[in-house]
Ligand binder design. Structure first.
Ligand SMILES: Cc1cc2nc3c(=O)[nH]c(=O)nc-3n(C[C@H](O)[C@H](O)[C@H](O)COP(=O)(O)OP(=O)(O)OC[C@H]3O[C@@H](n4cnc5c(N)ncnc54)[C@H](O)[C@@H]3O)c2cc1C
Length: 387
């Protein structure tokens, strides 16, 4: 083993970036390899919602608690990468209104600060909101900027000695006996193939995790689950607007810089690299968005995007109902190869918590006992990524 031990992280989305920071802060030697640009996977194309947990507090309490805990931590450690504009859950019809009781009880149970505000006040804050809403509840949702989110973690990791290599794709794993001992990469800038040795490899490739796992002859139950989002080229809301009911298609509009993003749908895909966007899903988004903010109808569609969530599959459960929680898979303990750990599931909002979990497993495997300090360590600015 090298001293300090060398850990390679595959993937520079939110999970890999946060893991690089955690392990570098614990004093390990870290190299991140990313096949494309930073955040070019799922992280760079999502709603950018810093979840309060409100969306999951009735049906997925574990996921909801993780969200609110991490939301509050990120507000402290990376305020420069966040817009802390809060969110509203609004009831549009009698069914939504009836859901409010369960919603408020769920928020309380998951420790999500929620307060009902008068409809008149909600409409003053959000003049484009459907004036027919029956109730509104305010929660600490927010908005992150994905590039800044990742580069804040990576800039801090670099400051602590990490090496970040983008446009460097893992084409195979290197073995010593039956254990993973490094990676083979193709550098898209130089056109060269090389091998890099490691004491441990972290598979943080999100929806692509199954492909890397296959190279290690192990299995991970990752179920790439796609969602469509439509971006309106005008910012129509100040806060995140959610519909107050069980998560469903097209029930959220997130203000991101000068746009509003409507999301989303959910369906299983076989490859995260080949997601078709059906026109009927776009129409569905527009229709559902208009119910929340009627002037969406007159808005210009600036773009449509679809990416896959790296959710953990459960047997006999519909993709929409897969839990948003996360898991670190120690393949050695599951009877597979040593030297590689996969981290999957979760959300960008919970990236720091995911990093803590997988870094604990990495350190235990390497026989190192160092405490995680990422909850209280402020990140340097994303601007330092270039220094
Ligand atoms: C429609 C939709 C909306 C969402 N909205 C939100 C939201 O509003 N808020 C929120 O918190 N979460 C949201 N999520 C969830 C969130 O986007 C994901 O959980 C998160 O981005 C996953 O991050 P990751 O780092 O694990 O994966 P990724 O961001 O996909 O990163 C994995 C990286 O691995 C790289 N990679 C793959 N193969 C290789 C290889 N062979 N060699 C090197 N690199 C490789 C990829 O290029 C990629 O950059 C949403 C998800 C979807 C699908």
């Amino acid at each position: 083993m090298s001293n300090p031990p060398h850990v390679i992280i595959i993937g520079a989305g939110s999970t890999g970036s946060a893991t690089a920071h955690d392990l570098a802060l614990r004093g390990l030697s870290v190299t991140v390899v990313e096949r494309g640009e930073i955040a070019s996977g799922t992280t760079g194309r999502n709603h950018c919602l810093l979840h309060s947990g409100g969306r999951y507090c009735v049906n997925d309490k574990e996921g909801a608690i993780e969200c609110i805990e991490e939301n509050l931590i990120l507000r402290r450690i990376m305020p420069h990468a966040l817009e802390m504009n809060d969110g509203l859950f609004v009831a549009l019809d009698d069914e939504d209104y009836a859901f409010q009781e369960d919603f408020l009880a769920g928020c309380e149970e998951c420790h999500i600060p929620a307060r009902e505000i008068p409809v008149k006040q909600a409409l003053e804050i959000e003049p484009f909101l459907n004036p027919k809403i029956k109730a509104a509840v305010q929660v600490p949702d927010g908005v992150f900027e994905p590039w800044r989110f990742c580069t804040s973690f990576l800039a801090t990791a670099k400051k602590n000695g990490a090496t970040i290599r983008n446009f460097t794709e893992v084409s195979d794993l290197v073995f010593q006996g039956s254990a993973v001992a490094g990676i083979q990469v193709f550098d898209h800038r130089t056109g060269k193939t090389e091998t890099i040795g490691a004491d441990m490899v972290v598979n943080a490739t999100g929806s692509w995790a199954g492909i890397i796992a296959e190279m290690a002859h192990v299995n991970v139950p990752v179920a790439p689950t796609a969602g469509v989002m439509v971006t309106i080229g005008t910012r129509l809301n100040n806060m995140v607007i959610n519909r107050m009911h069980k998560p469903h298609d097209g029930d959220i509009v997130v203000p991101v810089r000068n746009t509003s993003i409507i999301g989303t749908t959910s369906w299983r895909v076989t490859s995260p690299d080949a997601i078709e966007i059906p026109q009927d899903q776009i129409d569905k988004m527009m229709h559902a968005g208009e119910l929340l903010i009627p002037s969406i109808k007159a808005g210009r569609q600036r773009g449509v995007m679809a990416v896959a969530r790296p959710l953990i599959a459960s047997a006999n459960v519909d993709a929409r109902d897969f839990s948003r929680t996360f898991e670190a898979f120690n393949h050695r303990k599951q009877g597979g190869a040593a030297g590689i750990i996969t981290i999957s599931g979760g959300k960008t909002t919970t990236a720091r918590g995911m990093a803590e979990k997988v870094s604990d497993v990495v350190c235990a495997e390497l026989g190192i006992s160092v405490e995680c300090k990422t909850k209280t360590t402020p990140l340097v600015s994303y601007r330092d990524f270039y220094n």
